[in-house]
Design a protein around this ligand. Structure first.
Ligand SMILES: Nc1nc2c(ncn2[C@@H]2O[C@@H]3COP(=O)(O)O[C@H]4[C@@H](O)[C@H](n5cnc6c(=O)[nH]c(N)nc65)O[C@@H]4COP(=O)(O)O[C@H]3[C@H]2O)c(=O)[nH]1
Length: 798
């Protein structure tokens, strides 16, 4: 084929060129560049239909339009297919060139764009990567040009500054900057600083921005360079609000750690100590250096507490927490009690990260607690165990004794007339007396025994494994020890005590019973004149409750005049003539029935109600005596007087007043006093007795022989008569010792020029015996029981 005339011309062009015949649409010339572009052999394109090269539909449509005379030119990007089938991006321009009047040719000029495309693709990819990077940074990024015009920013920037959507879409830089200004706490300072930055294109700066919202942002700005020249600026913003708060918290925690008065140590996950605070060293004397690498096990383990430490570490691992007390040792070996809290710090999966231990010295608190406990169990004044501790010891004694089948004794001790010491010399003096008494009591017991103070002047001695004999020996020792004179502030005085004894198990198997029974035995000692001891006997057993009931009933009886007096004749033995009567109290209670004076008089004495009852007896008996002694008749009435009644300051006056009121001759009245009354307060008793004697009232000693029977008072006191107790009369004349006693009393009385009367005479043999021994008078069922005044009058006075 003949070469196209333009062949050589197109050969010299850089562009790939093909010439196409407009009628046949075949390639009539093609330069080397197109052959290279399509990677085909030279001249191989000549004669080919141009449409064969078309890949894009656009080209196919164009050449079809050309064929139909509809189109002549086209210029756009398109694709061509190479020989190997690969596609190449090109820019192609098709121009129809008129070569003559009726000849023309299509010039197809093709530029290879595949390189440019690749570069563009690369750039696009780069930009996409950059954008992704921008978005994925943890900071908010703003990029501006040198004039401050915003070139780009990421989402985080918008988020940090809280930019509203409309600002994001508007792309109004002024509005965005205004928004940022408005967010600032100190907008003017912010703007000033921003101005400085924008005026210095090379400046690098880091600032902290405080926003009105409370947020704190850190702003780092760096110049952006292109080809070595600054072209703009990148601002990166980071929200450091949390970080600052964390730092502040950390600083605080560090301060707490450093200044805490609690000792603190922190371990790693393997429980090796990594740090300790100053208090740790203060408390344990171990330095941090010495503790590094040690474990809590090393630190807390002590001889004997290994199991406890192992258990607490186990609990710490299981529960994440342990709190409790443990004895520990300082470096110098001194023991101290620690209050410890251990905490396991875990990650979100429960694995241990650290262990923290807090502890403080509880020794002082412990000692104080011990002291408080001691105080709770000790009597402050004497240092003796108090009631609580005594009760505890008695409980122990009961347990041991019941197990060993052994015995123990309880001595209930009450000082006699201690109230007088307190009242006259003051409580502080009384307290010192109690302290001295305590010292003496301690001397009387063994180390295993307990001396306790219940309060006031009441003490209890608990004697382990002591039977009746042991208790008696101790009781005597106490009385003996106390009998030595006391000396305080230059004063000398004696203190006596009344002691009641209860034995385990005979007198009670419970603590309450034992104390109650020892107490009741003690009361009996008091009744019988004090300064003695006595064992509990069952008949004493008018329990406290019944005592209270009885007391109440007596007060009621007194108020409602339910007491009566019966009179028992007293007869002259020689003549059988009734010389007088003894007034005896009678009481029939609506619930209790007839209550014997043997039962209720001791209770009345204990509670003090004997005083009004005794007054009533005196009034009634004197009134009755006055009736019987009318018209020159002579009838003596003997009245029982109890100790408490006699001790009343107005006792003598009340007798004198009653005599006066009923116009009775004093010699018609005989007062029966027990021996205990006389020895109680000798001087006072003497004074009263002398006053009564001076009045003309007769005085008799009741129950003579059962008490002290001291000859000295018989001599000193103005006594008129002795009354032989009926316990000596009952077995007369069989019992030799009673015979001897009664004989001796009668002789004694007569030797002292006193009259003598025997009570409880029930048989003729007794009467005969007494008559033989020249007893003056007798009283008893043999002659008559006690009876009402009416009955007596009917029987004997008509
Ligand atoms: N087994 C027997 N007993 C006889 C016989 N003859 C009299 N008695 C009883 O012996 C007691 C004598 O009185 P006491 O020794 O003064 O003993 C009295 C006295 O200590 C006290 N008491 C009675 N009345 C009063 C009173 O008005 N005031 C005071 N303070 N005590 C009184 O109560 C005690 C008992 O009084 P009572 O039960 O009335 O008992 C009376 C009397 O009933 C006898 O032949 N055989």
């Amino acid at each position: 084929m003949k070469a196209h005339p333009w062949q050589s011309m197109i050969e010299g062009l850089l562009e790939a060129i093909i010439l196409v015949d407009p009628i046949q649409l075949r390639i009539v010339a093609a330069n080397q560049a197109i052959h290279q572009l399509l990677q085909v052999g030279s001249s191989s394109l000549l004669g080919k239909g141009v449409i064969e090269l078309a890949v894009a539909p656009e080209d196919v449509f164009f050449w079809e339009d050309v064929a139909a005379g509809l189109s002549e030119n086209i210029h756009s990007e398109t694709m061509l297919k190479r020989a190997d089938g690969s596609i190449v991006q090109v820019e192609r321009r098709v121009t129809l060139i008129r070569t003559g009047v009726d000849s023309s040719v299509y010039v197809v000029a093709i530029n290879d764009h595949s390189n440019q495309r690749r570069v563009e693709n690369e750039l696009e990819k780069l930009i996409a990567e950059l954008r992704a990077t921008l978005e994925s940074t943890a900071d908010g990024i703003l990029v501006t040009d040198l004039d401050g015009a915003i070139r780009s920013y990421n989402h985080l920037f918008a988020e940090l500054w809280g930019l509203p959507d409309e600002l994001l879409t508007q792309r109004d830089d002024g509005a965005i900057y205004a928004w940022m200004d408005a967010c600032m706490h100190d907008a003017s300072q912010y703007e000033e600083r921003l101005g400085t930055i924008s005026r210095s294109p090379l400046m690098e700066a880091t600032d902290v921005l405080t926003l009105r919202s409370g947020k704190t942002l850190e702003r780092v700005t760096l110049p952006q360079y292109a080809r070595g020249r600054p072209i703009g600026r990148v601002y990166s913003y980071r929200d450091i609000t949390q970080r600052l708060a964390d730092e502040a918290r950390l600083r605080l925690a560090a301060k707490v750690f450093e200044s805490s008065t609690d000792a603190i140590f922190i371990t790693d996950a393997e429980q090796k100590i990594v740090t300790t605070n100053p208090s740790f060293e203060r408390l344990s004397s171990y330095t941090e250096q010495e503790m590094l690498g040690k474990t809590p096990r090393d630190f807390f383990s002590e001889e004997g507490n290994a199991v406890q430490v192992e258990n607490l570490l186990k609990e710490l691992d299981n529960l994440g927490f342990w709190e409790g007390e443990l004895w520990n040792r300082r470096k110098n070996g001194h023991a101290y009690l620690c209050m410890i809290s251990l905490v396991k710090v875990q990650d979100e999966f429960g694995a241990a990260l650290n262990y923290i231990g807090f502890f403080k010295d509880r020794t002082e608190t412990h000692t104080a607690k011990q002291r408080i406990e001691e105080l709770a169990f000790l009597d402050v004044l004497t240092g003796l165990p108090n009631r609580l501790l005594l009760e505890e010891r008695i409980r122990q004694a009961i347990t041991i004794s019941s197990r060993n089948n052994s015995t123990f004794s309880l001595l209930f001790l009450d000082l006699d007339h201690f109230k007088q010491i307190n009242d006259s010399l003051g409580h502080p003096f009384g307290d010192r007396v109690l302290q001295q008494v305590t010292e003496r009591l301690k001397k009387c017991i063994r180390q295993v025994d307990t001396a306790a103070r219940l309060g006031g002047d009441e003490f209890v001695l608990l004697l382990h494994e002591a039977n009746a004999e042991g208790a008696e020996i101790c009781a005597r020792r106490v009385l003996e020890e106390l009998s030595a004179p006391f000396s305080l502030d230059g004063m000398h005085f004696t203190v006596t005590a009344s002691i009641g004894i209860a034995l385990y198990p005979e007198d009670g198997i419970s603590m309450a019973d034992l104390i109650k029974n020892a107490d009741s035995a003690m009361y009996h000692v008091k009744e019988r004149g004090r300064s003695d001891f006595r064992f509990y006997q069952r008949q004493m057993n008018i329990g406290l409750l019944s005592r209270m009931k009885l007391d109440h009933a007596m007060r009621q009886a007194l108020e409602h005049q339910r007491f009566r007096l019966h009179y028992q004749p007293q007869v002259e033995l020689a003549t059988g003539k009734m010389l007088g009567v003894e007034a005896l109290l009678r009481w029939t209670d609506k619930d209790l029935g007839e209550v014997s004076p043997v039962q209720f008089i001791p209770v009345a004495e204990e509670s003090g109600v004997i005083v009004p009852i005794g007054n009533w007896v005196i009034q009634t008996a004197i009134k009755q005596a006055a009736l019987w002694n009318r018209d020159g008749k002579s009838m003596r009435v003997a009245i029982n007087v109890s100790a408490l009644q006699f001790q009343q300051a107005n006792f003598v006056d009340s007798i004198a007043a009653a005599l006066h009121e009923h116009a009775l001759q004093p010699h018609c009245i005989e007062l029966e006093l027990t021996e205990s009354i006389l020895i109680k307060d000798v001087e006072d008793a003497l004074k009263k007795l002398e006053s009564l004697a001076a009045l003309g009232v007769k005085l008799a000693i009741d129950d003579f022989g059962t008490g002290y029977s001291s000859l000295s008072y018989l001599k000193r006191f103005p006594i008129y008569k002795l009354k032989i107790d009926r316990s000596f009369v009952g077995d007369l004349p069989v019992d030799e010792s009673d015979v001897a006693i009664v004989t001796a009393i009668i002789h004694l009385a007569h030797a002292l020029k006193l009259r003598v009367i025997a009570e409880g005479v029930e048989t003729d043999r007794q009467r005969e015996f007494l008559q033989q021994r020249q007893c003056d008078e007798m009283q008893g069922y043999l002659f008559s029981q006690a009876m009402s005044a009416d009955e007596l009058e009917q029987r004997y006075l008509r």
